[in-house]
Design a protein around this ligand. Structure first.
Ligand code: ZN
Length: 415
């Protein structure tokens, strides 16, 4: 067996570029907001495209706005790619998505600098959108690549100001009629470096994780109907208060997930009532439930248990109930062969990576429908993410990037 290369990277350039990218969309009170097709987003994608050009890569923007940097190979064939998303949630941090983008450019740039032309085509990518923070859609960039954008989606989706996704595309010089041109059928392997966004690695004082499975998600909308009554004239025992029913349901939902045990999670993230008057008993309550599990059978079981518990409560309180599935995404297992490459690369640096489940969604779960995908985690300090103080120790950022580069070396520079 040949000696594996421990690929060197430019640590100072990596860390400096993470800081530079964090300036694009920095909010006055702290945190970052880089939403799809906004000026901050455009400025960030131009910055990354410049880095790709500096590395001698062929840089281009595809039909949905993903930015690709490509190094041709001596042998050609299907592509080895790495990257993550460049958009953020509102008030997000400097690493969610950004780490995988900056590290991807750094890994490919270092490989080309140190080893020249690869035997297999290498690409790095800044995926345009993953978070769903502006439009009522998410994984826009990865779904473009995987050819999973639905017809008319761009004209249907709107942001909070009523701007359609199609108009926002035109605003940055993209043609919404052409989204299908972003599809790639030539990607063999995709590797994503990402922060964990949870506390497991940090608490265990471990430095690397390999994602075996990305949890499946179900989103439910629950509508509870009772009767709107006068808050003064209706005695407590005569009420059919929709919000009281919904409140009891939220507790039952949390209990169902707790009883099932980790990694089951269930969250009531939004709730609203009608008529929403200070002196009226709520006649209607509407809330959403986000349910996740890495095991699809248990995920379905949890959804069924939540529906059952809500039904019992509605019956007891003489309320009408309707449950509507908004989204149903089964768990996605990542590729074992690619995971093995990442594991070997980690061991080159003396780190034994932990096998992990990702509770959060990632571009990798979409790209796994079009390529063999592997995913590497580095710790999030205190498990903090989707907030301005999201952080990872600089040495872990560097280690993750070196492991990524070493894995890409094995994949793209082999014989
Ligand atoms: Zn992310």
């Amino acid at each position: 067996m040949k000696t594996r290369e421990l690929v060197e990277i430019d640590e100072r350039r990596l860390l400096r570029r993470l800081d530079e990218l964090a300036q694009r969309g920095a909010m006055p009170g702290g945190g970052i907001y880089r939403a799809l097709y906004t000026p901050a987003w455009t400025s960030a994608t131009e910055l990354v495209q410049g880095w790709m050009k500096d590395a001698g890569l062929l840089a281009r923007r595809d039909a949905v706005g993903n930015v690709w940097g490509r190094m041709e190979a001596s042998r050609g064939g299907r592509v080895i790619a790495t990257g993550s998303h460049i958009d953020t949630v509102r008030g997000g941090g400097a690493l969610d998505g950004a780490l995988g983008v900056v590290a991807g450019v750094e890994a490919v740039a270092s490989l080309v600098q140190n080893y020249g032309r690869p035997t297999r085509i290498l690409e790095c990518v800044a995926i345009c959108e993953e978070e769903g923070s502006r439009f009522d859609t998410n994984f826009w960039g990865a779904r473009g690549i995987a050819d999973r954008i639905e017809p008319n989606e761009a004209t249907r989706s709107r942001d909070a100001d009523g701007v359609t996704l199609a108009d926002a595309m035109r605003g940055v010089g993209l043609d919404p009629e052409k989204v299908s041109q972003a599809a790639r059928r030539d990607i063999d392997i995709f590797v994503e470096l990402h922060i964990e966004q949870g506390p497991i690695l940090d608490e265990a004082e471990e430095r690397l994780g390999i994602v075996k499975v990305i949890a499946g998600t179900a989103h439910l909308e629950v509508v509870v109907r009772g009767e709107a009554d006068h808050a003064g004239a209706t005695a407590m025992d005569r009420r059919r208060d929709a919000l009281l029913g919904a409140s009891e349901m939220t507790l039952a939902i949390a209990k169902a997930a707790t009883d099932m045990g980790a990694p089951a999670v269930a969250t009531v993230g939004t709730i609203s009532v009608e008529p929403a008057q200070v002196n009226v008993v709520p006649g209607l309550a509407r809330f959403t439930v986000d349910v996740r599990h890495s095991d699809d059978r248990l995920r379905r079981e949890l959804v069924a248990e939540i529906e059952r518990a809500c039904k019992v409560i509605a019956l007891e309180r003489e309320l009408r109930l309707s449950v509507h599935t908004l989204r149903d995404r089964p768990p996605v297992a990542l590729n074992e062969r690619v995971s093995d490459v990442l594991r070997r690369a980690a061991r080159c640096f003396g780190a034994e990576p932990r096998d992990m489940t990702s509770g959060a969604g990632h571009d990798s779960q979409i790209l796994a429908t079009a390529a063999s995908v592997g995913m590497l985690f580095v710790p999030s300090i205190g498990g903090r993410s989707h907030r301005g103080d999201e952080a990872t120790a600089a040495e872990d950022v560097v280690l993750g990037t070196r492991v990524l580069a070493t894995a890409l070396h094995e994949l793209a520079y082999g014989t």
